[in-house]
Write a protein that binds this ligand. Structure first.
Ligand code: MET
Length: 517
């Protein structure tokens, strides 16, 4: 039997871009940008892309292709082949569980998108007020509004979407490639149409209720660079987190896709192209839809106050209604269809590390691999669906979608440059390459990227009260103590479930100092 490989270069790039382009580009990026000062966010974001994103892409693509040469297709085997110590295999296994935990909540959002496409078609939101649309969502995910305590519609569509993922995965690379070849162009087309609307809306949404509505305000807020943020660690951390999330680095999915690239085939140009494609979709399309459209109807102040994950499902369907019945249905299909394609091309990638591991370790075929992955995802995922109100969803996002990515990225960067060795690594990156990666990247990959990743990790450990770094530092200089924020990793590890009690026990004078600021 011939070895499995990507059907074409285009297929590979679209699958890799599909892996990266995801819900994060449309739901997470705009919110992060708004919450971190708009134009103030963009510069740190781009720097993180160049100093951590691109290097990690190169590390992951080349590690994957390297593993493929020895017929390894999963992070445990790929990493095991790069370092002598047994620990690397276990680091690879840890990476697999990140994927299963992310897929558990990620496919839930995918299922919402699919359901909302149907509701857009059937005109469910017609004539609803903004609060009706918002309530529609909360009752969809709410276990308290159903007499049985089980949101059947949500569970049904969740399982349906999971089954669809399993079905495609069981078809192997060919299935993933096909979905990417259909999904990615449609996603970009849908995104461009909506972005044109966002960019041309201007003040046409102005009303008596919202006299300040102006889409341009939203765009200006995002695109006016502000240099003062460069000294704020909070903004840098958010920017770094967004880069990891959006590029899908630190999970092992890229390695597993790259393991199917032939030994002499280019990875340098492919990696950079897929990375830039993701950035185009994120920075250009991701910032031209939700924010300007919401600012165009509700005003920038509303956006600043309400920017959050909920905007996509709780506000957009209401705003689309302002364009009339047909246009609302059409826009709803474009928006939620786009989210669905963005989601599924990423969740498919999250299945491959597990499937590859079962193949490498036990020789399991695609069907068995896909079904076992689905079963695990379901076991992990049902709590996010059934206990949504209890914050399970957010816990998954924090541990798997935020912390694990950084930890894994740090470990793989160390493995690549310091254990495998940067000289060997650099040769892997350049072997068969169609472009010349600037020599400076050899230095960056060896020193700068691991150092920055270490800094990101340490800062997450000790995030200060309310993420106010400057004030906390001056408090310490004034003889006070470093008060940890509840979001800090240390607090999350040690005080899990006891946050409130411990919060009240910390030094009140430090809190007073910080709050006065
Ligand atoms: N890169 C994809 C996205 O942006 C998947 C991220 S999973 C941590 O949504």
């Amino acid at each position: 039997m011939p070895k499995e490989a990507w059907g074409s270069r285009l297929g590979l790039i679209l699958a890799m871009a599909g892996n990266a382009v995801g819900l994060g580009n449309f739901l997470r990026f705009p919110v992060q940008a708004v919450q971190n000062g708009g134009g103030a966010f963009i510069i740190p974001y781009l720097i993180c892309f160049l100093l951590m994103g691109i290097p990690l892409l190169l590390i992951e693509w080349s590690s994957g292709r390297f593993g493929g040469k020895f017929n390894n297709h999963s992070t445990p085997y790929i990493m095991d082949g790069m370092g002598k110590a047994k620990i690397w295999k276990y680091v690879g296994v840890f990476g697999i569980f990140t994927n299963i935990a992310v897929v558990a909540y990620y496919t839930y959002i995918e299922s919402w998108s699919l359901v909302y496409v149907l509701h857009a078609v059937f005109g469910t939101f017609e004539g609803m007020s903004q609060s009706d649309v918002a309530t529609f969502f909360t009752s969809y995910v709410d276990i308290f509004t159903t007499s049985t305590g089980i949101p059947f519609e949500a569970v049904f569509f969740y399982i349906l979407v999971l089954a669809l993922n399993i079905f495609i995965l069981s078809k192997g690379l060919g299935g993933i490639e096909k979905v990417a070849k259909i999904g990615m162009p449609l996603l970009i087309l849908f995104g461009v149409i909506l972005a044109v609307r966002g960019l041309t809306l201007g003040e046409s949404g102005k009303s008596e209720l919202f006299p300040d509505a102006n889409a341009w305000d939203g765009l200006n807020f995002l695109w006016t660079p502000q240099f003062d943020s460069l000294s704020n660690p909070k903004v840098w951390l958010a920017a770094a987190g967004q880069i990891f999330f959006t590029l899908s680095v630190g999970m092992g999915t890229i390695q597993c896709y790259a393991a199917y690239i032939k030994a002499n085939e280019d990875i340098a140009l492919n990696a950079v192209s897929a990375g830039f494609m993701n950035e185009f979709v994120e920075v250009v399309l991701g910032s031209s839809i939700v924010i300007p459209i919401a600012a165009g109807y509700l005003g920038l102040d509303w956006v600043l106050e309400n920017a959050g994950f909920g905007m996509a499902f709780q506000t957009m369907p209401f705003l689309f209604q302002q364009w009339g019945e047909v246009a609302a249905a059409f826009s709803g299909v474009l928006w939620f269809g786009l989210l669905f394609f963005a989601g599924i091309t990423s969740s498919l990638a999250m299945g491959t590390p597990w499937m590859g591991f079962m193949k490498d370790e036990f020789g399991w075929g695609k069907k068995r691999g896909a079904w076992s992955f689905g079963a695990l995802a379901l076991i992990m995922g049902l709590p996010t669906v059934l206990l949504y109100q209890y914050g399970v969803f957010d816990e998954y996002d924090y541990w798997a979608g935020t912390v694990s990515l950084v930890v894994f990225a740090l470990l793989e960067a160390v493995l690549f440059s310091w254990v495998f060795g940067i000289n060997k690594g650099w040769n892997e990156i350049n072997e068969g390459s169609d472009i010349k990666i600037p020599q400076a990247y050899k230095f960056i990959i060896k020193y700068i990227t691991p150092l920055l990743l270490l800094m990101v990790f340490l800062s997450a450990l000790i995030t200060p009260y309310q993420n106010e770094w400057m004030d906390s530092i001056s408090n310490v200089l004034n003889g006070g103590t470093w008060v940890l924020d509840n979001s800090s990793l240390i607090k999350n590890i040690t005080n899990y479930g006891l946050k409130e009690q411990l919060q009240s026990a910390i030094n009140q004078s430090d809190i007073d100092f910080l709050e006065k600021k």
